[in-house]
Design a protein. Structure first.
Length: 220
């Protein structure tokens, strides 16, 4: 852990990185909703992190990490995703439960322990949810997978990653068999933001637009 940062501040940087990756910029309202804290708390924490040089906040434009902030965020993300692999692959913790446990581990393991975990797991490229593991130098692979919600009707593809790692979301997707590596097909898309009908093996499921935005697919 960077001694200049608290655990909560590290979580802010990690979340801002994820929001930037997904939407290009992070907003204070999004951070407040994701971390379940008051908007005023977010404003104060963001101001403190900006003062320390970890991010830049432009009113109405949003928040972006500096190179310094990105380095910290990727280091935390690396610890998190390797912890998830350890929990799932070695300790056999359920796929849906590992995210919350890894959120605690990421702040207490150091670099040597992180590298030992990585070596013992034979250098995994992704977490169990399909998201890439940054390397020890802060590099992270960039993919061209698309959110399921954007796929046209009759498109086939393979689920590659789930970016919403909340336990209830993961449990739900697991019951449908919507895991990384599974083949799917978009059969129908209802008008006016309605559900998307997808085929998984011989089953068909209607998925809401929000959850469909969290499922990333590689087209066939």
């Amino acid at each position: 852990m960077d001694r200049k940062l608290s655990q909560m501040q590290e979580e802010y940087l990690e979340l801002i990185y994820k929001l930037e990756e997904r939407e290009g910029v992070a907003k204070t309202g999004q951070i407040a909703r994701e971390l379940k804290v008051a908007l005023g708390t977010v404003t104060n924490t963001v101001a403190n992190l900006e003062k320390k040089g970890f991010l830049v906040h432009r009113p109405y434009a949003g928040i972006k990490l500096t190179e310094k902030g990105r380095k910290i965020a990727l280091n935390i993300l690396r610890k998190h995703r390797l912890s998830e692999r350890l929990l799932a692959d070695t300790l056999k913790i359920p796929w849906s439960a590992i995210h919350d446990i890894a959120c605690k581990l990421e702040h207490i393991i150091d670099g040597d322990v992180t590298e030992a975990i990585e070596k013992s797991l034979q250098y995994p490229k992704t977490c169990p949810h399909g998201n890439p593991v940054p390397d020890k130098d802060g590099r992270i692979s960039i993919d061209n997978y698309e959110p399921l919600v954007n796929l046209p009707v009759k498109t086939k593809g393979k689920v590659m990653k789930i970016i919403d790692e909340k336990e209830d979301v993961l449990k739900y997707l697991a019951t449908l068999g919507l895991l990384p590596g599974v083949e799917i097909e978009v059969e129908e898309k209802a008008s006016f933001g309605g559900p998307i009908l997808v085929k998984v093996s011989e089953a068909r499921y209607a998925l809401g637009r929000e959850i469909s935005s969290s499922i990333y697919v590689k087209r066939d």
